[in-house]
Design a binder for this molecule. Structure first.
Ligand code: CLF
Ligand code: SF4
Length: 296
């Protein structure tokens, strides 16, 4: 039974390069860009780039189909013995794309010892958590940028939910309710959980310690405060300096451990954090290797 190979939460933390600073030198991850659609509009997002909640500024990953993604996983795992995590983090929201569940399920069947990780805006988390778990996912990031609806309204402009489009305060309230409920459910279900928060100077900075407090109270494992990429409606705003981020982390760490080694990965990143490999090249080399073996 594949599920027997799913590590206990403490083992998962030790082997996850994002959840453990020590692990990030030893273990690598693969991101599969199989999720192009999104279901909300963050006011700092330009849809032509990867989801700004987890990605490097100005990067556009090529979307892959499930079978293509599986081929990449086989090639990279075959050539690298340090891959402990496979994640889906975009280019849109993973939970808005059926391909996320299909791909994770297929990987879990073939590589049950690999930790599966998803990063989401949380809108569909309450209803999709069970499906995620059935697909083998045991590691989750939820990006939460506010606690009060008034603040959320400044960060999100709309949400598309169960066939209806919500705007203004209604969208803000819906997004917040689902993010916090989904986060709590995921923690209670035994997933390891990270909260990402985009630090938007002059907008949500005063609520960030409150997010940390709520996340810590609920039992989230770690928080990752990420600098705003000043684009879309927030173009022209300042990008927080490292000093500002460090100060905010110091305020928050009494509530929840802080991640300090995030590399704002692209949605198709692969390998050790900060030493990314080219997934296409790895696959090409694996193919050449196979052809060579067939020739000799
Ligand atoms: Fe990927 Fe994210 Fe999972 Fe890690 S990344 S889905 S939790 S496996 Fe890690 Fe990259 Fe930072 Fe994300 S360094 S952007 S925190
Ligand atoms: Fe953009 Fe990600 Fe927000 Fe969707 S969740 S609008 S892709 S930043």
């Amino acid at each position: 039974m594949a599920d027997e190979k799913i590590y206990r939460p403490d083992e998962r933390m030790k082997r996850h390069p994002c959840f453990s600073k020590e692990a990030h030198h030893k273990f690598g991850r693969i991101h599969l860009p199989v999720a192009p659609a999104c279901n909300i509009q963050c006011r700092y997002c330009i849809r032509k780039y990867d989801c700004a909640n987890e990605s490097r500024p100005g990067i556009t990953s090529r979307v892959m189909q499930r079978d293509e993604a599986m081929e990449r996983v086989r090639a990279v795992v075959d050539r690298n013995d340090n891959i402990s995590v496979i994640g889906i983090a975009g280019p849109g929201d993973p939970l808005a794309n059926d391909a996320t569940f299909e791909t994770m399920y297929a990987i879990h069947k073939e590589f049950p010892e690999i930790i599966l990780c998803v990063s989401t805006n949380g809108l569909y988390l309450p209803e999709k958590l069970e499906e995620l778990m059935k697909a083998g996912v045991r590691s989750l990031t939820v990006t939460i940028n506010a606690v009060t609806p008034g603040m959320a309204e400044k960060v999100y402009s709309w949400a598309s939910y169960k066939g209806r489009r919500y705007t203004g305060r209604d969208a803000a309230t819906l997004i917040l309710n689902n993010q916090w409920r989904g986060l709590t459910n995921a923690i209670d279900a035994g997933l390891i959980v990270k909260v990402n928060t985009v630090f938007i100077p002059g907008v949500n900075d005063i609520e960030i310690p409150l997010i940390a407090w709520h996340a810590g109270e609920r039992g989230a494992d770690i928080m990752n405060i990420m600098p705003l990429i000043p684009q879309a409606e927030f173009e022209g705003r300042e990008r927080p300096s490292q000093e500002m981020i460090n100060k905010k982390r110091a305020e928050c760490e009494k509530h929840i451990p802080q991640m300090t080694h995030c590399r704002q990965c692209r949605a198709d990143a692969c390998g050790i954090l900060g030493e990314d490999k080219d997934m296409e090249l790895e696959t090409l080399n694996a193919r050449i290797g196979e052809e060579y073996c067939e020739m000799v």
